[in-house]
Design a protein around this ligand. Structure first.
Ligand SMILES: Cc1cc2nc3c(=O)[nH]c(=O)nc-3n(C[C@H](O)[C@H](O)[C@H](O)COP(=O)(O)OP(=O)(O)OC[C@H]3O[C@@H](n4cnc5c(N)ncnc54)[C@H](O)[C@@H]3O)c2cc1C
Length: 337
C-alpha cells in the first residue's frame, strides 16, 4: 500500500484532485487553514441573513465536474439559478451576455456545493501548513492549528499537491527552501490573481429591477446579485455587490465597512433609482479573488522527481469549474508517475 498523498488547500482545486485520487484508490489527506472546505466557494451567515460573498455560481461543462456534481444535483444541494441575467451600463439594462450558459449554485448557499464535494474526504481544517520537508521516508508537513496554536507535524506522504493561491504557495515553498518547476510557476503566476472588494447588503425590501444577476460595466461595480433570489434562499432582500479589480486595488486598505457603503452608493447610481432602506451592510476583502491570464499548458505543474505539484484556478485562467479541473489534471499526472 503506497503512502497517502497530501493536498494543501481544500478549495475546488483540492477537492477536484482528492476526488480523482480517491477514485483511483489512493489515500488522500487534505489540510486547510479555513474553518471549512471550499475556499472562495463560500457563504457567510449574519443574524437572519446569508450571503455568497465569493463565487456566485459555477458552470458545469466538463465531464469530470458534471460527474462530481451529479449526486448533489440529484439531492437538490446544487440547483440551476435561472437569474434573470442582464447587463447594466449607465442605467440601461441589456440581455444576458451568455444566454447559452447554465449557472449552478449550492443550496441553501454556495458553501453547500463545496460541502457536498468534501463529503467522505479526510480534511483537517483550521490547520495552516507552514513548511514542507522531503525526508528519507517521504514528505512531512509542518504547521500550526488555529485556536490553541498547537504545532502540527504530519507525514510521511508519497507526494504533496499545493492548491493555494500562487503568492501563498510561493511563500510556503520559500520557507521550506524548495526551488524547481513548482516554485518557478508559483513565482510566475504570483500576479495572476486580482483582488475583489465585496459588499453584502440587506434592504428592507427587494430592489425593483435588480432581480437575478447583473453584469455591470462601471468604474466601481462589476456585479450585482440578488442573493436572496437564488434557489432555496426564500427571496430575502439580500444583495452581493462586487467591485471591479481596479477599484478593489485602489481601495483595498480602506475599512471594509467604508468600502461597502461606497458600493451601495454605486448600486443606486448605476441602477438609476433610489434604493430601499439598508438594514444590514458589511464588507469583505478578497485579496486573491479572480484569475487573469490563460494559466499554464495542461492546467497544473508537477515536479515528478520530487513528487510535488501545484494546481488551482490561476493555472487554468480561473473559475470554480476551472479550479476543479486543475486539481483533476494534477492528480492524473501524479497517478501516472
Ligand atoms: C468575489 C469572487 C467572485 C467569484 N465569482 C465566481 C463565479 O461567479 N463563478 C466562478 O466560476 N468563479 C468565481 N470566482 C472564482 C472562484 O471562486 C475560484 O476560481 C475558485 O473557487 C478557486 O479555487 P481554488 O481551489 O483554486 O482556490 P481557493 O478556493 O482559494 O482554495 C485555496 C485554499 O487554500 C487554503 N490555504 C491557503 N493557504 C494555506 C495554508 N498555508 N495552509 C492550509 N491551507 C491554506 C485556503 O484556506 C483555501 O481554502 C469568484 C471568486 C471571488 C473571490
Amino acid at each position: 500500500m503506497s503512502a497517502p498523498i497530501a493536498i494543501v488547500g481544500a478549495g475546488l482545486a483540492g477537492l477536484g484532485a482528492a476526488h480523482t485520487l480517491r477514485t483511483a484508490g489512493r489515500e488522500v489527506r487534505l489540510f486547510d487553514k479555513g474553518r471549512s472546505a471550499g475556499g472562495r466557494v463560500a457563504s457567510r451567515r449574519r443574524e437572519r441573513w446569508q450571503f455568497d460573498h465569493g463565487a456566485q455560481f459555477a458552470t458545469v461543462r466538463t465531464a469530470e465536474f458534471a460527474a462530481a456534481l451529479a449526486p448533489l444535483q440529484r439531492a437538490g444541494q446544487v440547483q440551476r439559478w435561472l437569474g434573470p441575467f442582464r447587463t447594466l451600463a449607465n442605467g440601461r439594462f441589456g440581455g444576458d451576455p451568455r444566454p447559452e450558459a447554465e449557472r449552478w449554485v449550492g443550496v441553501p448557499g454556495m458553501s453547500a456545493l463545496a460541502r457536498g464535494l468534501a463529503e467522505g474526504l479526510s480534511i483537517a481544517t483550521e490547520v495552516k501548513i507552514e513548511t514542507l520537508r522531503r525526508e528519507a521516508d517521504g514528505w512531512w508537513l509542518g504547521g500550526v492549528a488555529a485556536g490553541g496554536g498547537a504545532m502540527v507535524r504530519e507525514g510521511p506522504f508519497a507526494a504533496v499537491l499545493l492548491t493555494l493561491p500562487p503568492p501563498q504557495a510561493q511563500a510556503l515553498l520559500a520557507a521550506s527552501g524548495l526551488g524547481g518547476p513548482v516554485a518557478a510557476a508559483a513565482g510566475e503566476l504570483a500576479a495572476a490573481l486580482q483582488p475583489c472588494l465585496a459588499g453584502l447588503v440587506a434592504f428592507a425590501e427587494p430592489v425593483a429591477g435588480a432581480e437575478g444577476g447583473l453584469f455591470v460595466a462601471d468604474d466601481v461595480l462589476s456585479w450585482i446579485a440578488h442573493d436572496g433570489g437564488k434557489p432555496g434562499r426564500g427571496g430575502a432582500a439580500t444583495y452581493v455587490l462586487h467591485a471591479t479589480a481596479a477599484w478593489s486595488l485602489a481601495n483595498f486598505d480602506h475599512q471594509p465597512a467604508v468600502n461597502a457603503a461606497a458600493l451601495v452608493a454605486a448600486f443606486a447610481r448605476v441602477s438609476g433609482r433610489a434604493l430601499p432602506a439598508v438594514v444590514h451592510v458589511e464588507g469583505h476583502r478578497w485579496r486573491y479573488a479572480l484569475a487573469s491570464g490563460d494559466g499554464v499548458p495542461g492546467g497544473a505543474v508537477v515536479d515528478r522527481e520530487l513528487g510535488l505539484a501545484l494546481a488551482g484556478d490561476s493555472l487554468v485562467g480561473g473559475r470554480v469549474e476551472g479550479a476543479f479541473g486543475s486539481g483533476v489534471a494534477a492528480a492524473r499526472v501524479l497517478l501516472a508517475h
